[in-house]
Design a binder for this molecule. Structure first.
Ligand code: ZN
Length: 143
């Protein structure tokens, strides 16, 4: 997993370089305590699904969700086990099943007010031309 470190200004929320001692936006003093780790989230898994129409608010909410196979990240806590399934029959294969799975995790996170999921594990099943994915993970809330 690729992480990017930065220093978050407590005053104006500007994201500064990890070596910055003062906020580039407002001049607030920064320290190691302001250091944060940027994590990959669902925003990097944008899907082109013509049959999925999202409002701007829905897209924004989804972009903020964190979905990772890594362990529970700093700043988050595990609040429960979650699981979802994805499936596809026909030409889309694993790709469509994966999209279906992630969309179901999105829906679950939004419905449960979760910040995302960690420790995502996926078990695939192939039966003829039907692909099924079963995913389970830890539901997260920000601490
Ligand atoms: Zn600032």
């Amino acid at each position: 997993m690729l992480n990017e470190r930065y220093r978050l200004c407590a005053n104006c929320q500007h994201e500064n370089g990890v070596d910055a001692n003062f906020c580039l936006n407002c001049g607030n003093q920064l320290s190691a305590a302001d250091e944060r780790v940027r994590l990959p989230h669902a925003g990097s898994l944008k899907l082109n699904r013509p049959d999925l129409e999202l409002t701007a608010a829905e897209q924004s909410a989804i972009d903020k969700l964190l979905i990772t196979t890594a362990t529970v990240p700093n700043g988050y806590q595990r609040v429960g086990a979650v699981f979802a399934t994805g499936s596809n029959q026909g030409t889309g294969g694993y790709k469509r099943a994966w999209e279906d799975l992630i969309i179901n995790f999105w829906r679950l996170c939004l419905a449960e007010d979760y910040a995302g999921i960690a420790n995502l594990t996926i078990a695939p099943t192939v039966n003829g031309n039907r692909v099924e994915l079963f995913g389970y993970a830890d539901g997260l809330r920000a601490m």
